[in-house]
Design a protein around this ligand. Structure first.
Ligand SMILES: [Mn+2]
Length: 359
């Protein structure tokens, strides 16, 4: 197993309410958002993020979900504006905010679709595109499921405000639009419809390793539960996911929104992404998080973002697509290989079962 860290096995808390197998949750709303305006890079290697949804479909996404027993209401792809012009840049506190109007408009349309699906009792699965679209999915979901909570799985904190961002890329800011108590900023064009809908205690991060100091400050000030790769190294993924879920969903009765940025995975597992950071989650750790969320029975919305099929070799693109889809499958209840992994047989030549290791 390609896993430098031991998985610490922890069973799901027994008090968890298992809503998962109720009939209404077997309906899934799928929407692709072929949008990359929140990354706004003109660098050639980063172009192509908008092709993520189509690539996952080509790799069999819908078929996989259907095989898990879901009825899929497939919206297809959301219509998005072009962002390859510099016309809509918005300047705030010295930062040039890129594609603000387009990012805000896409997120608004998306929020309405996710809200509609959530009202109909469907799990929504949104495929990006860049992470700026989560402003729409989280807002749309949380306005219908008012007691929902959010698990943000990412290498980055994505909580810069339009005033603190150094890059002006909105995919590094979505949480600043969503969480109450973030330092105030002037609402940029495109975001007039949106207001914070989650409390800091409703949110937990897992997988962090590329943290900007000003983001850390906001996060610490608000007291958001933030689990870094260091934390996983120290205590194991089992304890980290258990603590994260206990923080945001202590009684096991709140709808969970999972916003999964595939750059949370190590670049070996997900090379086709625009802002890779080494030392990330192993695939087994990513799967374990997904499995523990599935076992709560509370999963209600998923974002899967930042897969860029224009980055890397054909093999790397396929690897990233397959791993991304595996995370989706496990979230939706597929049994992982971790569940049924048998213990290795005892080698009696090496181990004396009564007295421990003999050589
Ligand atoms: Mn992100």
């Amino acid at each position: 197993m390609n896993c430098p860290r031991l998985l610490h096995w922890i069973k799901a808390p027994t008090h968890v309410v298992r809503l998962y197998h109720s009939r209404k949750h077997k309906e899934l709303f799928l929407i692709g958002v072929p949008f990359a305006g929140g990354q706004a890079s003109t660098e050639q290697p980063r172009k192509g993020l908008e092709k993520g949804p189509a690539s996952l479909r080509q790799h069999g996404l819908v078929n996989n979900i259907t095989k898990l027993g879901f009825t899929v209401s497939d919206f297809g792809e959301l219509e998005v504006p072009l962002t390859d012009t510099e016309n809509h840049n918005y300047i705030t506190s010295g930062t040039t905010l890129k594609n603000s109007l387009e990012c805000g408009t896409v997120a608004h349309k998306l929020s309405e679709e996710v809200a509609k699906a959530t009202k109909q009792g469907k799990i929504s699965l949104t495929i990006g595109g860049d992470h700026s679209i989560a402003v729409g999915t989280v807002y749309g979901h949380a306005t219908v499921r008012k007691n929902s909570c959010l698990l943000w799985i990412d290498a980055h904190m994505d909580i810069n405000t339009p005033s603190t961002s150094l890059s002006g890329n909105i995919h590094g800011m979505p949480l600043s639009f969503l969480i109450k108590g973030v330092p105030e900023f002037a609402q940029p064009p495109g975001y007039e419809w949106c207001s914070p809908c989650l409390s800091p205690k409703d949110v937990a991060y897992i997988g962090l390793r590329d943290i900007e100091p000003q983001e850390r400050e906001i996060c610490d000030e608000l007291g958001i539960a933030a689990y870094t790769i260091d934390d996983i190294d120290k205590v194991g993924i089992g304890e980290v996911i258990q603590k994260a879920l206990e923080t945001i969903n202590p009684r096991g009765d709140r709808p969970i929104h999972v916003s999964y940025d595939i750059d949370s995975l190590d670049p070996k597992e997900a090379p086709s992404t625009g802002t890779p950071v080494k030392g990330g989650l192993t695939l087994d750790e990513g799967i374990y998080i997904a499995q523990m969320v599935a076992e709560t029975g509370c999963l209600s919305a998923i974002d899967m973002v930042e897969f860029n099929p224009a980055i890397g070799s054909e093999e790397e693109v396929t690897r990233t697509a397959m791993n991304t889809m595996e995370l989706i499958n496990i979230l939706l209840g597929k049994k992982s290989h971790l569940t049924e992994a048998p213990l290795p047989p005892v080698d009696e030549n090496k181990v004396d079962v009564n007295n421990g290791v003999v050589n």
